[in-house]
Design a protein around this ligand. Structure first.
Ligand SMILES: *[C@@H]1O[C@H](CO)[C@@H](O)[C@H](O)[C@H]1NC(C)=O
Ligand SMILES: *[C@@H]1O[C@H](CO)[C@@H](O)[C@H](O)[C@H]1NC(C)=O
Ligand SMILES: *[C@@H]1O[C@H](CO)[C@@H](O)[C@H](O)[C@H]1NC(C)=O
Length: 333
């Protein structure tokens, strides 16, 4: 079930519906060669040349398998950054004075993930403010690897991002205060490792429904934790299913209780929770444009919140981009 459901990770509901139809018509997408051909056709040129059979289960030389795409208001279609060329930044529209938003997708970041997670949040950011949005594309490492072997690489992907950030910020000297890492699912643990590697120099990490499978009972040093950045905010939307339910950051948000989201009941059943898992992306993107949309209250539990015990005198803040960084604990909405 996991493999099938993760295929849907962070598709919009519309896309989900389309894929569901596809599945009904043609059986399991993952077993369909056509599906994979389509992925390859639509995506990286380099992918065809790669022989995954050889490198399977081995640690990759990350630099060769990650791509970094820079998006700015001047370059809405994205520029591929060549990280082996240190002077490369000068030829891009990167501006260290503006916020640096790093987006890292989930496992099985198919073109849906890239199209949806990255483009959705990137467009919203560039609409709202001048910033450098960098989408880290690690889907080459997810195509024909199992979830478990992808997990082995999580650390090294995180480290490669740390290396890239050092190049972009001249060894964390210029603009490092402006760095905000945003991950989805397994991507949250990846940015966690980036934070660990940079010894907490990252000012903020936002975790969108951090992946649960294989992370449930992991020691905090092997998953996202609040020491990974000065401020870590987490949005739980499919807790105890595809996402971790326990508190992980300085502040944790539990919309609708954090387990399943509105209008996701049926889709979650079929996809193992992918609909609710993807909602974290929607909420976050929405919060960039609508600052005061997701007012949340600190509370001991969802049950107490629902009984109205926390809405009057409790601390409150807004879930998402404009969270009040002075607040800590579990917040409900
Ligand atoms: C990884 O690849 C990069 C770029 O091709 C190369 O510069 C580096 O030496 C490689 N590292 C290892 C450990 O093979
Ligand atoms: C990236 O930069 C390196 C070093 O300058 C260069 O050798 C290589 O051709 C560049 N790659 C691309 C795709 O431009
Ligand atoms: C409650 O809000 C106040 C004012 O913003 C803040 O100083 C305090 O740390 C908050 N308490 C918690 C537990 O987040």
């Amino acid at each position: 079930m996991l493999v099938t459901s993760k295929y849907f990770t962070s598709c919009s509901n519309v896309v989900l519906l389309v894929i569901l139809q596809y599945i009904i018509l043609s059986g399991n997408c993952l077993e369909s060669g056509h599906g994979v051909d389509q992925l390859i056709k639509n995506q990286d040129l380099t992918l065809k040349e790669m022989d995954f059979f050889y490198v399977k289960l081995k640690i990759y030389n990350m630099s060769n398998h990650l791509s970094y795409w820079l998006y700015t208001r001047e370059q809405l279609h994205g520029q591929l950054l060549n990280m082996s060329d240190p002077s490369m930044i000068k030829s891009t529209n990167f501006n260290a004075k503006n916020p640096i938003k790093i987006l890292v997708h989930d496992w099985f970041g198919s073109f849906y993930e890239k199209e949806y997670f990255c483009s959705h949040i990137m467009k919203t950011y560039l609409h709202a403010k001048r910033c450098n949005v960098i989408c880290v594309d690690w889907k080459q490492l997810t195509y024909d690897l199992s979830y478990a072997s992808a997990k082995i690489n999580v650390k090294y992907i995180g480290y490669d991002i740390a290396k890239a950030l050092k190049i972009l910020t001249n060894n964390m000297k210029v603009g490092s205060k402006n760095i905000h890492l945003i991950g989805h699912g397994m991507g949250v643990h990846i940015v966690g490792y980036t934070g660990k590697k940079l010894n907490g120099q990252i000012s903020r990490i936002t975790g969108l429904d951090p992946a649960l499978p294989l992370y449930e009972d992991t020691d905090p040093k092997y998953r996202i934790n609040k020491n990974d950045a000065t401020f870590v905010d987490i949005i739980h939307t499919n807790g105890n299913s595809l996402g971790l339910f326990k508190s992980l950051g300085h502040i944790d948000f539990y919309p609708s209780g954090g387990r399943s989201q509105l209008n996701c009941k049926v889709l979650d059943k079929v996809t193992g929770g992918a609909c609710s898992h993807a909602k974290a992306i929607d909420y976050f993107a929405h919060s960039i444009l609508f600052k005061e949309e997701f007012k949340s209250f600190r509370c001991a539990s969802w049950r107490e919140f629902r009984m109205g015990e926390c809405s009057e005198f409790a601390n409150s803040t807004y879930m998402g981009e404009y969270v009040d960084k002075k607040q800590t604990g579990n917040y409900y909405l």
